[in-house]
Every structure is written in structure tokens, then in C-alpha cells.
Design a protein around this ligand. Structure first.
Ligand SMILES: [Zn+2]
Length: 472
């Protein structure tokens, strides 16, 4: 069995791992690259392996940086099945068409205003292409073992990151690999903690916050402070939030703060039709999160749902303090970009970031202190306050990642640290070696590992016993 890293190396985006077993090929996650241009260009470049030769895809969760390349894969000849948990399948049914729609809108905007160097600007894929991908999905339950390909068994365990998010365990006669997927927090308001990991020969672990510890103080207190001081200035709080996961957490957090009168009853606008639809899905999957029926209903209470584009644009002329939650989470696209254009120049407002901002995104520039950002081909001055609350993140921090690994029933042969920017990944690698005393490394793009060679090594070949053979 061979494992090749086709993404999420040196970056948090573009998760794609190729597993080859005999003549069969399975792709674990099929994400879009986001952020830096040299990464985004990989979405347009041919995949290093022929999509038609891939027999199946297995997803850890629905976020676009894990699923958003699927329509391209299908367009280029992939005809296998896409295996995922039930909630991930349902969420992909919302996220993928939306992703196609956004790309069509962006291409159309660029063509209307001449803001792209490409004539004409084209979408990476269309909404119709994304919809054509959906019939290939096959849904499975957490804990169920599925023979995705002959002799290749897959199992999903709760990862606590968003609805449906899983760690994926892959087993063949030649060995096993555990993919952490994106791991959630131990004490998230909305999601339950990740399930303990299953033993495997190799572990591939994410490292988004591999070099950081989330503040242990209550993030709700920090949120209340942001809302209160912005409202006191007569301003608006604009929150770019991932439509799935963070948007729902924010609704919950704001509800709790209002109920305990820690913030005034300011209007809360959820300006993302997809986030609205995703919120409804939490109701369909009780048991996967901490909310009961009444808690789910509470998410909606007092929230104003913005549907049409005109209504969304109309928010720019609001005369009273409000909170506006809108996608995308890294301000790379979607309606929140218009809100940044309208609200960033006004000092009374706050742009609040609650999720990870990948290098090269507009969100990362704002969090980094940029005094102007480029929106729709022109520079917009940033005079609003820019605030970050990391404690509301949906990703485990360094100690939580180490605790999850430490719960493995037996030490793995090797840990591969991915899904982190270089400093983060290397910091977690060091911590694994020092604290857990396991061999760990940070793979490069297209790096390949022969899992079966471990057996040769153990049997006394020229390779040192138990060592994984790196073949690329
Ligand atoms: Zn994710």
C-alpha cells in the first residue's frame, strides 16, 4: 500500500491523499486549494494522477478545502463512488453547488468589470457540474465498516469539528492508515469532543493550530466585549464565518449572551442562505452535537435571515447597531466581501474573525493589520476595528492534538503532520517527537510512502526495522 500527499502540505487547504492498494486507487479528501495564488493555481493544473484511474473517494468532512475539487475530478473522468458520513453527504449537497454558483458569479463579475487578466474569466466549475457530482455520493454511519474497494476497509469516527466530520481509518492486509481529518475542540459549545483514535500503522494528523494554544478564558466574554464596545460606538459587527460550523456556533453564542443580558438585544442578521440551510441540518442529526431539540430551535430565535442579494446589499444602509454573520469565513468570496467593502472604511464598525485565516486570503491580510484590502479590483481603506477570537475556533490547538494522538491504543510506526502552515506543522512534529517519542515528519507535496515496505523492514531487510520507506 502506498500513500501519496497531493495536498494540505505546507498549507491548511487542498486536502488530497492518494492511497494505492494493488492496482486500486482511493483518494482520501478532494479539497480545493485556497489562499496564496501559487496554491490556487493547483486547482487549475492537472491532478498528478489521472482522475479516471481513481476508483473511489473517501471524505473526512464537507468543508470545501476537503471536498471542493470533486466537481473537477468528475469532469475529468472520475466515475467511482464518493463515500462519506450521512451529514457530510447532506452538507456537500449544499456546499458544492454553492461553490460552483460562487465561481460562476465571480467569473461573471470579472467579465463585466474587466477585473481579471483572463478573457473571458472562467469558473473552475459551474453549479450544474457540482450538482452532477452528488449522485456519486454513498452515505455511511459513524462506526460502520465499509469495504470501499475489494480488500480496503474504511471506518469513520467522530472528529468533533463540524456536523458529520470524521477521522477516517483505512485498513488493508498490507497495513492501516488513520487520517485525523480536521479535529474539533475538547470543549466546543456546539460540537462534542473528537472520539478517541483507533490504532493504525501510520497516522496523518492535521496541524492548523500545531504551534498555538487557544486562550483558556471564556471566549463568550471576549465576544460580549466586542459586541458591547461596537454597539456603544453605534457601529456594526461584521463576522466572516464558515457557513457550516462557525455560523451556527456564533448564533448559539450570541443567543446565550442575550439571554444572560451580557449584550443588548442587537439585531443579528444571518446573511448566508447556505448557513441558514446548514443550520436546519443540525436538527436532522441530533446526537452528533450538544444541542437538544429546544437548543436547535434556540439557534433560530430572534435571528433575521437574509435571503435575496438586494436584501443583503440593503444591510449597507443600516442605521442602528447590528451583528452581521456572512460567508465566506476567510473573506475570499461570497456576500461578506460586499460587507467589507461597505463597512471596513467606517471606524465605528468591527470586523470580527473567529476562524482560521489561511495565508494569502483577504482575512489573513485584515487580521495581519492591513490598512487597505483589494475588493472587486479596487483598494478599500480599513478604518474599522479588526478583532480576532481564536477561542471560538473549530480546530483543536497543539495540546488538544497531542492529547488526541496520545489516546492511540498503540504507538503508530510513523506520524505524518499535514494541514498546517510550515511553522505550525513543524512545531507539532517536534512536540510529537519530544513528548510522545514517536517518529514524525512533515511531508512535501507529492511525497510518497510505501506502507507495505514497513513489513519488509520489520522482517529484516536492508531498511531499518519498523521504519517507513519514503519512496519519492
Ligand atoms: Zn474543516
Amino acid at each position: 500500500m502506498k500513500l501519496t500527499f497531493l495536498g494540505a502540505t505546507g498549507t491548511v487547504t487542498g486536502s488530497r491523499y492518494l492511497v494505492e492498494h494493488g492496482r486500486r486507487r482511493v483518494l482520501v479528501d478532494c479539497g480545493l486549494f485556497q489562499g496564496l495564488k501559487q496554491l490556487r493555481l493547483r486547482n487549475w493544473a492537472p491532478l498528478p494522477v489521472d482522475p479516471a484511474s481513481i476508483d473511489a473517494v473517501v471524505l473526512t468532512h464537507a468543508h470545501i478545502d476537503h471536498s471542493g475539487y470533486l466537481p473537477r475530478l468528475v469532469e475529468q473522468g472520475f466515475r467511482g463512488m464518493i463515500h462519506a458520513t450521512q451529514a457530510t453527504t447532506e452538507l456537500c449537497g449544499l456546499l458544492l453547488p454553492d461553490s460552483g454558483h460562487l465561481q460562476e458569479e465571480e467569473a461573471a463579475y470579472a467579465n463585466r468589470h474587466g477585473t481579471s487578466r483572463h478573457q473571458p474569466a472562467l469558473p473552475l466549475y459551474t453549479e450544474a457540474r457540482a450538482r452532477a457530482t452528488l449522485p456519486l455520493f454513498r452515505s455511511h454511519r459513524f462506526g460502520e465498516t465499509v469495504e470501499a474497494l475489494p480488500g480496503l476497509f474504511v471506518r469513520w469516527r467522530e472528529a468533533g469539528h463540524i456536523l458529520g466530520a470524521a477521522s477516517v481509518h483505512l485498513q488493508t492486509e498490507a497495513g492501516s492508515v488513520l487520517f485525523s481529518g480536521d479535529l474539533g475542540r475538547s470543549d466546543d459549545l456546539l460540537m462534542k469532543p473528537p472520539a478517541p483514535p483507533e490504532a493504525a500503522d501510520l497516522v496523518v494528523v492535521e496541524s492548523t493550530y500545531g504551534n498555538r494554544l487557544h486562550e483558556r478564558s471564556n471566549p463568550l466574554t471576549a465576544l460580549a466585549e466586542v459586541v458591547n464596545r461596537t454597539a456603544a460606538r453605534g457601529g456594526h459587527v461584521i463576522v466572516p464565518a464558515f457557513a457550516v460550523g462557525r455560523a451556527q456556533l456564533l448564533l448559539l453564542a450570541l443567543r446565550r449572551l442575550k439571554d444572560s443580558q451580557q449584550i443588548p438585544d442587537v439585531p443579528v442578521f444571518l446573511d448566508s442562505p447556505m448557513a441558514t440551510d446548514a443550520t436546519a441540518l443540525y436538527r436532522r442529526h441530533p446526537g452528533q452535537h450538544r444541542l437538544d431539540e429546544a437548543g436547535c430551535a434556540d439557534l433560530w430565535r430572534g435571528v433575521r435571515f437574509v435571503n435575496g442579494v438586494e436584501e443583503s446589499r440593503g444591510l449597507a444602509s443600516l442605521r442602528y447597531p447590528a451583528v452581521i454573520i456572512s460567508a465566506s469565513g476567510m473573506a475570499t468570496g461570497g456576500r461578506v466581501v460586499h460587507h467589507i467593502e461597505a463597512f471596513a472604511p467606517v471606524p465605528a464598525n468591527t470586523l470580527l474573525f473567529v476562524g482560521y485565516q489561511a495565508m494569502g486570503t483577504r482575512g489573513a491580510a485584515l487580521v495581519g493589520g492591513a490598512r487597505s484590502v483589494r475588493v472587486h479590483g479596487r483598494w478599500v481603506p480599513v478604518r474599522a476595528e479588526v478583532a480576532t477570537i481564536e477561542g471560538l475556533s473549530s480546530h483543536a490547538d497543539r495540546d488538544e492534538l497531542l492529547a488526541w494522538l496520545g489516546a492511540l491504543p498503540t504507538p503508530p510506526r510513523h506520524v505524518y503532520v499535514t494541514h498546517g502552515e510550515p511553522e505550525s506543522a513543524d512545531c507539532l512534529r517536534q512536540a510529537i517527537e519530544e513528548q510522545l517519542k514517536w517518529p514524525a515528519s512533515v511531508p512535501e507535496y507529492q511525497h510518497g510512502v510505501d506502507v507495505a515496505a514497513m513489513e519488509e523492514g520489520a522482517a529484516g531487510s536492508s531498511r531499518s526495522a519498523g521504519k517507513v520507506a519514503d519512496i519519492v
